[in-house]
Design a protein around this ligand. Structure first.
Ligand code: PGA
Length: 224
């Protein structure tokens, strides 16, 4: 099976024209592309993802977007529990757990992000987040969730996780659950393949997914 590569554009680019241009340049990779909510309806694409969703289908939740709404726009994947949402929007593991359940209910494939901060122990954080985020999810649904191991200190810093450390985390997660696991955190085309070699099933790419040439190289290198 080819590694799954996911482009997380975060809150970029700042215009729809630029988003269209980037989208058209990278769509041929078949990677999952997660644009900001407001651009999603501009794209028809089988591998479309969103960066978040609410835990409710509809109602008085100002500013929120439901899994049902995303499904209706042809979205297939949804990132849940990204560290930027945990940090800047104060998302708790309880909220993430409800979001996962709502996404699964709407037949979206969740990409659950987990990972430790600089001074935290990776195994302690991975264990706690998996336990709390996946609490009460039925076995048949659990299998559908893709996990993304993203050490917080490696996100957007250029300070990527060394191969051996990443391998240790991968093996630790494997002992806990048999799901697909992606690596994310300052991935570039030079190191992309390293993570696949140590057992990751794909990559979650932030900053480098905004540079079409570099992103295409990442996909190519990871998949060969
Ligand atoms: P980065 O982001 O590749 O810019 O480090 C990864 C992510 O946040 O998913």
């Amino acid at each position: 099976m080819k590694p799954l590569i996911v482009a997380n554009w975060k809150m970029n680019p700042s215009s729809l024209a630029e988003a269209r241009k980037l989208f058209n340049e990278i769509r041929k990779t078949n990677a999952v592309i997660c644009p900001p909510f407001v651009y999603i309806s501009a794209f028809k694409y089988i591998q479309l993802g969103a960066q978040d969703c609410c835990w409710k289908e509809e109602g008085a939740y100002t500013g929120a977007i439901s899994p049902q709404m995303l499904k209706g726009l042809g979205v297939k994947y949804v990132i849940i529990g990204h560290s930027e949402r945990r940090i800047h929007f104060k998302e708790t593991d309880g909220m993430i757990n409800k979001k996962l359940k709502a996404a699964l209910n709407s037949v979206l494939i969740p990409i659950l992000c987990i990972g430790e901060k600089k001074d935290e122990n990776p195994e302690t954080v991975i264990s706690r987040q998996l336990k709390e985020d996946l609490d009460g999810i039925a076995e048949k649904d659990l299998k559908k969730i893709i996990v993304a191991y993203e050490p917080v200190w490696a996100i957007g810093t250029g300070d990527f996780c060394e191969k051996d450390e990443a391998k240790k985390a991968r093996n630790f997660i494997r002992k806990k659950i048999g799901n697909k696991v992606l690596y994310g955190g300052s991935v570039n085309s030079k190191i992309a393949k390293d993570y696949i070699d140590v057992g990751y099933d794909g990559l979650l790419v932030g900053g480098a997914s905004l540079n079409a040439e570099e992103f295409i190289k990442i996909v190519k290198n990871a998949q060969t």
